[in-house]
Design a protein around this ligand. Structure first.
Ligand SMILES: NC(=O)c1ccc[n+]([C@@H]2O[C@H](COP(=O)([O-])OP(=O)(O)OC[C@H]3O[C@@H](n4cnc5c(N)ncnc54)[C@H](OP(=O)(O)O)[C@@H]3O)[C@@H](O)[C@H]2O)c1
Length: 201
């Protein structure tokens, strides 16, 4: 078994649980996050010699280009990196809006589009996109987040159909509230205790 997975946003939360789960299954892992200290902490916690840890700001196009051009083609992509966005209409400036759109939608599309031709050449592939229930439910004061997650959900659903006869499966996950660092990182403290506890054991 020599399967390789690329996981974005692997240092904490949902991405880290994917890393834990796949390490137990013996996968080789390319694990991407942004903050060096948290990446190192996750490296120590995972303690797995088939994992490589990479630092990239995935809100930047250069990062995605570098990954697509230099990484080995994965058998599985878990496009998970993201941030909760707390802000009512008018609170979030245009450059921030563009950054978040790239981090959780445009960049995810660039990453997937970059690897799909290589997966097709290999004859198989699996893609998991972590969207959010916010793709379907109204999220007052998080309308930007909701629209970004709706965009990537629609993209994933469409390519899932398009790639069916290419032996590439695409799953879009729409989690509800999950207890991770996502909410405390942006000051949504009232949501920290809400939702499902996360631990694959
Ligand atoms: N928790 C929930 O209730 C919930 C619900 C629905 C959907 N989601 C989605 O689930 C995904 C994972 O979130 P989580 O809840 O597990 O949150 P989390 O614990 O805060 O984890 C977020 C991960 O994304 C990485 N990340 C954030 N910005 C990045 C950037 N610019 N470049 C590279 N990596 C970046 C973080 O890396 P660093 O440590 O380096 O910052 C971290 O590894 C997100 O897409 C989120 O929108 C979460």
């Amino acid at each position: 078994m020599n399967k390789r997975a690329l996981i974005t946003g692997s240092s904490t939360g949902i991405g880290f649980e994917y890393a834990k789960y796949l390490s137990k299954e013996g996968w080789s892992l390319d694990l991407i996050s942004q903050n060096k200290a948290r990446s190192l902490e996750s490296k120590n916690k995972l303690s797995y010699d088939k994992a490589q840890f990479h630092i990239f700001d995935l809100g930047m196009k250069e990062s995605i280009n570098s990954i697509v051009n230099n990484f080995e083609t994965p058998d599985l992509i878990v496009a998970n990196a993201g941030k909760a966005i707390n802000g009512k209409i008018g609170d979030i400036m245009q450059d921030e809006r563009e950054y978040f759109y790239y981090l959780m939608c445009g960049g995810v599309i660039d990453l997937i589009e970059g690897f799909i031709p290589k997966m097709i050449n290999k004859g198989n592939g699996r893609i998991i996109i972590i969207s959010s229930i916010g793709a379907k439910a109204p999220m007052p004061k998080s309308s930007l987040y909701s629209s970004i997650k709706a965009g990537i959900y629609a993209y994933g659903k469409s390519i899932s159909t398009e790639l069916k006869n290419k032996n590439i499966s695409v799953t879009v996950s729409l989690p509800g509230y999950v207890r991770t660092q996502a909410h405390e990182r942006v000051g949504l403290d009232h949501l920290i205790k809400k939702g499902t506890k996360l631990d694959v054991g």
